[in-house]
Design a protein around this ligand. Sequence first.
Ligand SMILES: Nc1ncnc2c1ncn2[C@@H]1O[C@H](COP(=O)(O)OP(=O)(O)O)[C@@H](O)[C@H]1O
Ligand SMILES: C[C@@](O)(CCOP(=O)(O)OP(=O)(O)O)CC(=O)O
Length: 506
Amino acid sequence: MPSDDQSRKTVAVSAPGKVLLAGGYLVLDRDYTGLVFGLDARIHVHIRPLHTSTGVVLEEIIVKSPQFKDAIWEYGYRRSEKDGGVLVHPLTSSAQQTLHPNPFVETTLTHVLTYISTKLASATNPSPTIHPSAITILADDAYYTTPSNKSTEFTGEQFKFFGIPLWDAHKTGLGSSAALVTALTAALLAHYLPEEKLLTTEEGRLRVHNLAQVAHCVAQGKVGSGFDVASAVYGSCIYRRFSPSVIAMTDSPGTAGYASRLRALVDDDEAIAEDKEEGEGQRKKWDTQITKAGAALPKGLRLVMCDVDCGSKTPGMVKGVLDWRKREPEEAGMVWTKLHAQNEAVQAELQHLCQADAKAEFSGRFDKLSAALADVRASVRNMSRLSGVPIEPESQRALLDGCLGVTGVVNGVVPGAGGYDAVALLIEDTPETLEELRKFLERWNTSVAAEQAQLAKASGVEWEEAPGLVSVLEVKQDDEGVRVEKGAMYASWVLRREESNDDYEP
Ligand SMILES: Nc1ncnc2c1ncn2[C@@H]1O[C@H](COP(=O)(O)OP(=O)(O)O)[C@@H](O)[C@H]1O
Ligand SMILES: C[C@@](O)(CCOP(=O)(O)OP(=O)(O)O)CC(=O)O
């Protein structure tokens, strides 16, 4: 076995989910910022060398999500000629893979392996071997609504077996794809490159950020602002996006010179980067601004997410809002300006409260914050009404208003793109407030279920018991971005599924 293969390490990396508390839609435009909190729900990626029992070296990477049924993706890869990079293709032997591709995994492999191939290349070894590996993805529970009728949980373990295929899982909207792409990017870099300081230096972290942004943008069709990848890398922050032109590489993997261009882009390398429009030697093409100061919650306040087990399709909503903005620039411009000022007022009040932490707590301490969030909600509803996109739909408005009636709930918003994803509340951080909130949601669910049953009866439809509609997600704000984890905590998951593939059978 070649010595560079032996030097490859088994590595585990995790990255956090997110909630965009303020700045939805506006943050798509570089003139505006978004306030994003990282969460303690993380996506974990474990990577190890893949050795075949025969010793035959295959160009293959196997990716598994063992918490879900049938979630195995097998990829072959090959270096393309003329510096075109590494092309990754699904191995067609897996029928599931054809039916259920995983573009986020595939695109990340293509881009990160291409980048790695340029980093490993040297004058004496221009085409270094990329050895096969086995990757395991594990997600904290909060990313998916637990199916009420399929509790196949392994007690005492950190991760849950969901008992359903990934494509049937209901997402809670915490940003699984951005956390996955970020953790996978960092894990691949740490595994294949002989680097110790990937996540402990600013430069290393920036490289993970740039590469993950490119891979996520390509997989997602370049519709997002990248706030979710930024928070997966850096944790909570105030985010100003990079200019869209930064990642406007018009060619695709496999075209001559793609690998060097990708490397130049990711490393922001003036020696190789050529930007004919902006002039040569333009270093710092990446103009992302990530500010950690000001993206914190004061002591005594915590974030709570309430899952509504429904979900919305963000790209369609983004299109709807942007189409309206194009159609009605004056009307939308007024909403943008007002909402921006209100978002900034929320940021300013949070900062003020953080600085005043040392002072004694007093009742009414969060009144100003509550009012600032109410202003934001009013403008978001206005945006909803004018654009015709259900950003804070009526049912979410009623839920938020209902929660506001619980003592200790400061206020809440439909985060990010809004719609029917989980709502975010800021509450006083006491066990009593959380308990009261849970009780309120139980009553809420009972009354919604009763209402639905009555409607069904009136229309003559057979009634089945309604599932729990709204629940508190076990998740909190957490400041830390992508980090290296101890591999040992994944051992049972990495091994269990290999020993017993029967577990995948329905
Ligand atoms: N546990 C997982 N294992 C493998 N891929 C996953 C996992 N969770 C999410 N993904 C990938 O991320 C996609 C969901 O991304 P997206 O629709 O952007 O939702 P989100 O808002 O959670 O990011 C899935 O279709 C899948 O490709
Ligand atoms: C509209 C947006 O500004 C915010 C969307 O935030 P969400 O948190 O709703 O995102 P998804 O996880 O993709 O559903 C689009 C963007 O900035 O990318």
